[in-house]
Write a protein that binds this ligand. Structure first.
Ligand SMILES: [Zn+2]
Length: 270
């Protein structure tokens, strides 16, 4: 019996093994879009109801504009690379909430939130694009679903399943906070360093595809380290890889990101 369980588990893992496009990293994801997306969209709705949307029309418009441009680039990439069904499943949405925390996140299926506290670090549209590219990349690479898969493995299965059925209970809320970083206290803690580095790389490719200046993605992290020198590190910072490593990696990846973006944009227009 135990052997059977082990065997079927191995089978599931084999079937669920796939590769992240562009970075070619192997991943295991047993969470289907059908399970996760309705719950994700419901969580997003709840979050927006319980938090204050920014009344700054100009800033809100900037977030939405950058979000639309970058998600369109991602959408074009998916449709040109045999991912039409996936492209159809995303419901891109971008909102700015009034909160001084330095934070931004994206739920599965493309639901993005920026906090007003991160805007001075973004500084300009290209800077917003740097953070936006990173967040959109988390959704594109399905990092949340991978986290959820790990949670299944860690015997959180019962609770994880409940996510698909209820969006209200405090236990469900806690799991969402842990896995997806919804809510102010958890911030970006949810993602591993591998996911962060991957989101940095993919984000850079997507922001270039959308016509933004990728140097600003690097400058965002320079500004982030400057503010962290003065004050206690903000949530976004304390849970992400060290800035120095990140800036170094982004600089090193820039030529490759440019080459990818040019190639993909060429393929799409051909
Ligand atoms: Zn991240």
């Amino acid at each position: 019996m135990k052997k059977m369980i082990a065997l079927s588990f191995t089978l599931i893992l084999l079937i669920s093994c796939s590769t992240v496009p562009i970075t070619n990293r192997k991943r295991i994801n047993i969470v289907s879009d059908k399970e996760i997306l309705p719950a994700s969209f419901a969580q997003y709705e709840t979050f927006l109801k319980e938090n204050k949307l920014s009344t700054n029309v100009k800033k809100t418009q900037e977030i939405k504009e950058v979000g639309m441009k970058i998600s369109k680039a991602v959408d074009r990439f998916m449709r040109a690379n045999g991912m039409v069904k996936e492209a159809d499943s995303y419901r891109w949405e971008f909102n700015l909430i009034e909160d001084k925390m330095v934070n931004a996140w994206c739920l599965p299926g493309g639901k993005v939130v920026f906090y007003t506290g991160i805007l001075p670090i973004c500084k300009n549209m290209d800077g917003i694009a740097g953070v936006m590219g990173h967040e959109v990349a988390h959704a594109f690479a399905k990092h949340g679903q991978e986290r959820m898969t790990t949670a299944y493995g860690q015997q959180l299965g019962g609770i994880a399943v409940a996510i698909g059925t209820s969006s209200e209970s405090s236990q469900t809320q806690m799991i969402w906070n842990t896995i997806y970083g919804v809510g102010s206290q958890v911030g970006m803690l949810a993602y591993s360093r591998t996911h962060e580095t991957e989101a940095d790389k993919l984000g850079m490719v997507f922001m270039i595809m959308a016509g933004y200046n990728p140097e600003e993605a690097i400058n965002v992290w320079v500004r982030m380290s400057e503010i962290s020198g003065k004050n206690s590190p903000p949530e976004f910072l304390s849970t992400h890889p060290s800035n120095e490593t990140r800036i170094k990696n982004l600089r090193a990846y820039l030529p490759e990101a440019k080459a990818h973006a040019e190639k993909f944009n060429r393929e799409i227009t051909d």
